[in-house]
Write a protein that binds this ligand. Sequence first.
Ligand SMILES: *Cc1c(COP(=O)(O)O)cnc(C)c1O
Length: 381
Amino acid sequence: VTVKKYLFAPGPTPVPPQVLAAMAEPIVHHRGADFRVVYKRCLERLQEVFRTEQDVLLFAASGTGAMESAVANLLGPGVPVLVISAGSFGERWHALAQAYGCDVDLLGYDWGETPSPEDVAARLSARPAKAVLMTQSETSTGVVSDVRALAAAAREGGALSVVDAISSLGAVPLETDAWGVDVVVSGSQKALMTPPGLAMVSVSERAWAALGTAPRFYYDWETTRVAQGKHDAAFTPAVSLIAGLDVALGMLLETGLEAAFAHHARLGAAAREGAKAMGLELFSPDEERSAVVTAIRSPDGVDSDDLLRLLSSEWGVTLAPGQARLKGRIFRIGHIGWYDVFDITTALAAVELGLDALGADVERGVAVTRALEAYSQSLRV
Ligand SMILES: *Cc1c(COP(=O)(O)O)cnc(C)c1O
């Protein structure tokens, strides 16, 4: 039997039909006039979504490629760097900085904690660093950090701020220029409603003036900046993905970023209220900012991996598992990009059915109602 599929993960996320259609168009040559129009518009739209006047550099890579580009262009062997880590993606920054031989100071938190700007200030005054690597939305835990305050602490401490906004850009506010964030890294497959495969990075004037000497080639920022300035990519760009991203960014900007942020906050509220009504305990913070992914503790006696396997095999529903030390203990409902309230109620209904089938003691028949109430209440305010 073919089961209908429902994707409720925080990346890759569902892609709107208009975007899929744009990617199914015949391939155009990347140095021809047809592509130049799309490339130029897509790069301009990226600046609007990043809220920056600076160029946004575009690479064919998963999001990690853009993270690596930041380390390769700014840091290198022996360069002092402060890494903030409170989950799986903070650990990725840490591993990357170590792979490049940086002199790493780790500001580590328990998974699920929210990093504090005071801690950043204290670390930097004890041990100056060239840059602070941080994560806006720690997708493994559902925590969204106060990037504005963390970036200010970095700046006041004499360091550049480098932000992984891969799951947060387009979902929660990020004012790159207004907040003085030096480097913002993102990817196509989360709130930007495009398949995996494109990575982007914005670079402030301060960061351009502080380029390092580590070896790099494909990810050399200057090479890409010069080529993009002529709308003539340095290497063959992912033409079909860029055609898709252009349409997706057009949709996002037509809705408006503020409306998109409000939409994500509402979906987060609906997910949290629905889960709590069922009697489940949240792992991610019960706060409005936590609008990217809702992490929920598995009830006692239920391995969340068993729940996810059942949801997938029985009903074609994909949620995200707990990673590493949270494996089996939590599950996550993503709500970034092309999601609406009915995706939330479907995900909650599936969780209710699945947990009941596994013998967990859940409150039946209330989660969907409570989620819809939370959603409509937030529409009225
Ligand atoms: C998804 C995600 C990444 C990305 O990685 P890929 O290289 O695209 O797999 C990095 N950081 C965060 C916070 C993410 O959510």
